[in-house]
Design a protein around this ligand. Structure first.
Ligand code: ADP
Length: 405
């Protein structure tokens, strides 16, 4: 019997290295299996090779083969024992045990499969063959495990995407179902208040006004709960366009002015530099309205609210800073982080209306535009919430903003 020459050995090792490289590039289990059986046949100079993997019951089944009549081995489903090896030899009809080699695939001490190769006549260097086939089996086992994990991660991701999509549809339906009747209630209350169905006496007018106000409150709660759910699920669409800060500040202050006037609070908005950032103007307006609403809510009657826009150097970058300062009760140190969490109302009294979602939503919206919210506060003296947004675009100067306009 001829011995395997050194040149042959070097050649086989080179092939093994190439196989190993090819296996690491395989992206599916099928690719790894096909590569393993083809290369096992190459390396062993065998006419036949096959690979078996354990199924969910831990039994080995043929998953890929080369030069084999699959009808003969396709029915095999057995644990790894001497009997399986004998059955394989019989089924493949090879002349002697010397012509047949089978090695287990092992991952973390557990047998996950079997790699077998057979040839028509015995050849030299059986020990070398066994070593080579084992090395190939080891690499195939690792590659299989890696692709299995990668496939599981891919499946999990697409399942999560499906879940998020379904959740998004549920939110949209829920939003529609809740908003539509409430909008109708609001519309009819407005029509009644406007006297479209005849004059109302004072008590009727007062009651309908309450219905309208409560409806508005309920609508804002619904909007907040839906926004928070959508933000948590990463579903809120965020535009990326030029946002002119002064303009958005003007719009937001116009929205909150009536509330402040009602509470006899002074809203002061000095001339703002025209700064431009990239982001979503509607979401920025929503965040500012929320912060201004809080400033009014947590500041007693007669207090003042200042809105100051400036340019700020922050961590080596130019930011637009929108500071909303109130003369309210302030926020205790221990509550500073908590108030930005969803449904957290640290510092609010039990009878004060609110869901604890406003700051969570503001913070999330601003973060999604690449910015952040800073908080400075002194208990009993007031709070300043500053929205910082990374700057971009051109700059001009504007006139003073008159929020009462
Ligand atoms: P909500 O106002 O519905 O409670 P927010 O998330 O807007 O929810 O605010 C969370 C908590 O932060 C409030 O309950 C309040 O205690 C505190 N807070 C927010 N803004 C101010 C402010 N300008 N001054 C004092 N406390 C504030």
């Amino acid at each position: 019997m001829d011995l395997v020459t050194d040149t042959q050995r070097v050649e086989r090792l080179r092939t093994l290295t190439e196989v190993s490289r090819a296996l690491t590039y395989a992206t599916s289990i099928e690719q790894v299996l096909a590569l393993a059986v083809e290369r096992a046949a190459d390396l062993m100079a065998a006419e036949m090779s096959l690979i078996m993997l354990t199924d969910s019951d831990g039994l080995l089944v043929v998953r890929a083969s080369h030069g084999v009549d699959e009808g003969r081995v396709g029915q095999l489903r057995e644990p790894l024992t001497e009997t399986l090896i004998r059955r394989l030899q019989e089924l493949l009809d090879y002349p002697s045990p010397e012509c047949f080699l089978a090695v287990p695939l092992v991952v973390q001490g557990e047998v996950t499969g079997l790699l077998a190769a057979a040839r028509a006549a015995p050849a030299a260097g059986r020990e070398d063959d066994e070593w080579l086939l084992s090395a190939l089996a080891d690499q195939a086992a690792v590659a299989l495990e890696n692709t299995r994990l990668a496939e599981a991660v891919r499946a999990e991701r697409s399942e999560a995407a499906h879940r998020a999509e379904a959740q998004g549809r549920t939110h949209a339906t829920l939003g529609h179902e809740l908003r539509s009747p409430l909008t109708a209630i609001q519309a009819y209350a407005s029509l009644l208040l406007e006297g479209l169905y005849g004059p109302l006496n004072d008590r009727q007018r007062e009651s309908v006004a309450r219905i309208h106000l409560s409806g508005e409150h309920l609508l804002s709660i619904i909007e907040n709960v839906l926004d928070a759910a959508q933000l948590a699920a990463g579903e809120i669409p965020m535009a990326s366009m030029e946002v002119h800060i002064a303009q958005v500040v003007t719009e937001a202050t116009h929205i909150v002015q009536p509330r402040m006037t009602e509470k006899q609070q002074e809203l002061r908005v000095p001339a703002a530099p025209e700064l431009v950032v990239r982001g979503d103007p509607n979401h920025l307006r929503q965040a500012l309205v929320n912060l201004l609403g809080n400033a009014s809510k947590y500041t007693p009657s007669g207090g003042a609210i200042d809105v100051v826009v400036s340019e700020r150097e922050h961590q080596g970058r130019a930011f637009a800073a929108i500071a909303i300062a109130d003369t309210g009760r302030g926020i205790p140190d221990h509550a500073r982080d908590a108030i930005f969490q969803a449904y957290s109302r640290a510092g609010a009294g039990p009878n004060e209306p609110g869901m604890g979602l406003g700051l969570y939503i503001c913070n999330q919206l601003v973060r999604r535009m690449g910015g952040e919210i800073e908080l400075e506060s002194q208990e009993g003296a007031g709070s300043t919430f500053t929205v910082l947004l990374p700057q971009g675009g051109s700059r001009h100067s504007t006139q003073d903003i008159d929020p009462t306009e």
